[in-house]
Write a protein that binds this ligand. Structure first.
Ligand code: SF4
Ligand code: SF4
Length: 448
């Protein structure tokens, strides 16, 4: 027997203890430093127990297990709901301090029902028989000039006629105005970005011309929740606003948003994806952002009421009592996610939409597809990225983001490494201490 290729061993932050997880067998345990040392040296006190959990395995046994898990993953993905992004405009009424779309040409457009018809004709055909929904994205999709609003109304009518769910990604400024227009539609959620309380948010996400947007967005969120529309509040974080995150959490708690069943939150990292940031120093890498968040949560535990960060698999483990299924692919591009824009272009996802060199084809004025490149996106997972083959993190990481990887290496099939070990090292004590202050320190007690 030998150690599984999928064992991940790491140190628990603020403790002498270690964790061991195996995403293939979905086992997780807290172990002592001495135990971790023994494992490193190949000394096993109770090999049968380690074998039962898959930490020790026969190579053939593990290959079989891996193959089955992969087939299950592909089967599940084939029946997953597909998210189809549609960009009705790249124009925006904001001039956010960090907007990547500054680098794009903004053309003003007219009402374009024939493009929307072509979009629906394409998705009706291409995704027939698949569960799917449309996420309207931008630029800012919820603008109030006549053409922009006519486009959205037409899009809503077409989606609703097909019983398709709709989501909107908006800066939230005109959300209140749009709520009556959502009536009768199947609104899955509206994602609104709020980067802090008024003083912080208005400094980062201002209207063109510089006026603040916070109060108007708050009214939109209140009105949406009242109308039964789910809100996903997204905070884009960098070093400028992270120190004020707890204030935003307190604000949301006081407003009663965090107690509302239709309210959830999402933390995003402000990072360089499209155009160069003028001030790289204010950006976090993945580890430093979650380290900072960890420190803030220690001081303001109420922040967890506002948002519960995943810390790789940690949150899932403690909420579900077991690890998730092995993650062979963390990038949905061209599998369960596609993007389309009003110019008739087809793209892999929101990270590539609007970039002419990333276009994968057109749905208007005629249908064209770059099948070879599409196949590269479709095939990208940890079994096809050469660097992932020998990586013990692969079934927790999933190969990361294809677009980030391609920007870095020029190849779709290349890795975007996730700091799984470091994140688990922070997440385990964070959630363990919160839930199980008095429990003995072993993950076995969580049924993992
Ligand atoms: S992307 Fe990097 S960390 Fe993730 S599985 Fe591949 S090699 Fe490992
Ligand atoms: S390329 Fe990146 S942004 Fe696009 S779907 Fe994949 S993970 Fe998401």
């Amino acid at each position: 027997m030998e150690q599984s290729r999928h064992n991940i061993i790491g140190k628990i932050k603020g403790s002498d203890e270690y964790f061991i997880i195996n995403p293939l067998t979905k086992e997780a345990d807290i172990i002592s430093e001495a135990f971790a040392e023994d494992l490193k040296k190949g000394i096993y006190e109770d090999p049968d127990e380690l074998h039962a959990k898959g930490y020790l395995t026969e190579p053939e046994e593990e290959k079989r297990r891996y193959r089955h898990a992969y087939l299950d993953f592909i089967d599940a993905r084939d029946t997953d709901e597909v998210q189809l992004f549609y960009v009705p405009t790249y124009a925006c009424n904001f001039s956010c301090s960090y907007c990547y779309q500054e680098g794009y040409d903004h053309q003003s457009i007219g009402h374009t029902p024939e493009v929307i018809d072509a979009f629906f004709a394409y998705i009706d055909r291409e995704f027939a028989g698949r569960d799917k929904y449309i996420t309207v994205f931008g630029g800012e999709p919820l603008l109030t000039n006549a053409n922009a609003q006519a486009n959205i109304e037409y899009l809503i009518a077409q989606a609703t006629a097909r019983s398709l769910g709709l989501a909107f990604v908006t800066n939230g400024y005109h959300l209140e105005h749009y709520i009556p227009l959502f009536e009768g539609a199947f609104i899955k959620e509206v994602q609104v970005t709020m980067d802090g309380v008024a003083a912080v948010h208005d400094h980062r996400r201002m209207l063109k011309g510089g006026a603040g947007s916070f109060q108007q967005i708050v009214r939109g969120v209140d009105a949406a929740l009242e109308a039964g529309i789910p809100i996903n509040l997204r905070v884009v974080l960098d070093r400028d606003n992270m120190p004020h995150l707890a204030e935003l959490a307190d604000f949301a708690i006081e407003k009663g948003w965090t107690d509302h069943p239709l309210f959830k939150t999402q933390l995003g990292r402000n990072y360089e994806l499209h155009v160069c940031q003028a001030e790289q120093s204010r950006l976090y890498d993945r580890v430093s952002m979650y380290e900072e968040l960890y420190a803030i949560i220690q001081e303001h535990p109420a922040l967890l009421k506002f948002h519960r960060p995943a810390y790789s698999l940690s949150k899932f483990l403690f909420e579900q009592g077991e690890l998730p299924d092995p993650l062979f692919d963390s990038c949905p591009a061209c599998k369960t996610e596609w993007a389309f824009d009003y110019t008739g272009g087809i793209y892999s996802c929101t990270a590539t939409v609007g970039k002419s060199d990333e276009q994968l084809g057109t749905f208007y004025p005629e249908v064209t597809r770059k099948e070879q490149i599409i196949a590269q996106w479709e095939d990208r997972d940890v079994t096809t990225i050469p660097e992932c083959a020998g990586c013990s993190l692969q079934l927790a990481c999933g190969g990361g983001c294809g677009s980030v990887a391609k920007n870095r290496t020029g190849k779709i099939s290349s890795p975007d490494c996730r700091p799984v070990r470091e994140l688990m090292g922070m997440g385990i004590p964070l959630y363990f201490n919160e839930y199980h202050q008095d429990s003995p320190k072993t993950l076995d007690n969580q049924g993992a």
